[in-house]
Design a protein around this ligand. Structure first.
Ligand code: ZN
Length: 162
């Protein structure tokens, strides 16, 4: 599966909720998303990044593949942290993004069963990043106007150099 990159307008759209029980293509979509994520050494991927406007994310930060449908952050810590973040849809650059240190994420597994995930630190960051994609938000949108300008300049220079 091809991963869409900025400034593809699909990355700015809001993806729709899905019903795992009545979505026959879901398992194959998740398998292909996982393949694309591993191939590109990513730690997470959201369906809109492969052009599918469904609220599905996959992630793997400790050699265990996770997938959540319709993920929602239901709680997040007041404490935040700024750290460098990259994105397969904005390849080649890392930018400082502020995220909650801990979150509770609720959603559905591939069988349509409700799941609740308590995540801290890096996993919390990955979940917030991937759920942003479902709302059409990418890391560049999390920057101040000045940071954004500098990041886009760096991104365009890298793309031009390739
Ligand atoms: Zn991303």
């Amino acid at each position: 599966m091809e991963i869409l990159t900025h400034p593809n307008p699909v990355l700015s759209d809001r993806a729709g909720e899905i019903d795992p029980a009545t979505d026959p293509g879901l398992r194959s979509l998740v398998r292909k998303m996982a393949e694309a994520m591993y191939e590109n050494q990513g730690v997470g991927l959201a369906a809109p990044q492969v052009g599918i406007q469904k609220r599905v994310i996959v992630f793997d930060i400790d050699e265990e593949l996770g997938a959540i449908c319709n993920p929602v952050i239901t709680e997040c810590s007041e404490e935040t942290e700024v750290d460098e973040e990259g994105c397969l849809s904005v390849p080649g650059i890392n930018v400082p993004v502020e995220r909650a240190i801990s979150v509770v994420c609720e959603g559905l597994n591939l069988d349509g069963k409700r799941i609740v995930l308590e995540a801290h630190d890096f996993l919390a960051r990955v979940l917030q990043h991937e759920i942003d994609h479902l709302d059409g938000v990418i890391i560049l949108d999390r920057l101040t106007p000045d940071q954004r300008k500098a990041a886009i300049r760096e991104y365009n220079n890298r793309a031009a150099a390739e």
